[in-house]
Ligand binder design. Structure first.
Ligand code: HEM
Ligand code: HEM
Length: 172
């Protein structure tokens, strides 16, 4: 086994596990719409915003230009998957990049629809906005399931350690 490679910086790791906790609290645990639900939701939005800034100023693998899903990167990743050889220095693959951008958008949309529901006269308690808010939450849940399955599948099939670097930062 070679020397471990540093893959994820501390900010990315803390960010990741905090949004997992925040989403789980708001989706499964807390009473929908309660003050604590609103605060947790806004915290997740602030985290996503900070992550977006980090994608311009953070280390190379954290940057948007490292995982932005261009067609050529997507086909490169599919070739690597086909040959079951994913380079061990890899950051996010481009298909994962698609899901990351989708997560960012959906979390921010959760913040906006939640704000409309709670803080504006026009949309206060609006059934339409509430349905949109609920629908986005289910899409996030669906996305998370796909994401978790993809992490396990890619790790096993592509013979690459994915989960440990998201905990310790390093890959062997
Ligand atoms: C609510 C559930 C979850 C959400 C919303 C979520 C979201 C995300 C996001 C947004 C990223 C990109 C991180 C970045 O900004 O650079 C990511 C990466 C990652 N997540 Fe999750 N995640 C969830 C659950 C999990 C779970 C349960 C696991 C472990 C089994 C996991 C393992 C990973 C790994 C390994 C990566 C990095 C993948 C790679 O190496 O490219 N996630 N996740
Ligand atoms: C991580 C982000 C969030 C998630 C996953 C989430 C999830 C949910 C879910 C699943 C519901 C239940 C929908 C239903 O059955 O009608 C709900 C309701 C609600 N959420 Fe959120 N939410 C988030 C952020 C926010 C934010 C930032 C706010 C506001 C500031 C907010 C305000 C509300 C309100 C007012 C309701 C309606 C409660 C009611 O039924 O009266 N949410 N949310």
């Amino acid at each position: 086994m070679g020397k471990p490679v540093v893959i994820w910086d501390k900010f990315i790791r803390i960010y990741h596990w905090l949004i997992v906790i925040g989403f789980t609290l708001n989706y499964f645990v807390l009473e929908p719409g309660e003050t604590i639900h609103q605060w947790v939701g806004y915290c997740v939005c602030v985290l996503v915003f900070a992550r977006a800034v980090w994608s311009f100023v953070g280390p190379q693998r954290a940057r948007l230009n490292d995982f932005f899903p261009t067609p050529s990167r997507i086909s490169k990743h599919l070739r690597e998957l086909k040959s079951r050889k994913i380079p061990k220095e890899s950051g996010h693959n481009a298909v994962g990049g698609l899901l990351i951008l989708l997560f960012w958008l959906l979390f921010l949309a959760q913040g906006v629809t939640g704000f409309l529901l709670e803080e504006t006269d026009t949309f206060f308690g609006s059934t339409l906005v509430e349905n949109i808010h609920e629908y986005i939450a289910h899409c996030l849940f669906g996305g998370a399931i796909i994401h978790i399955l993809a992490v396990f599948f890619t790790g096993w099939w592509g013979r690459i350690e994915l989960i440990k670097p998201m905990i310790t930062g390093r890959r062997n």
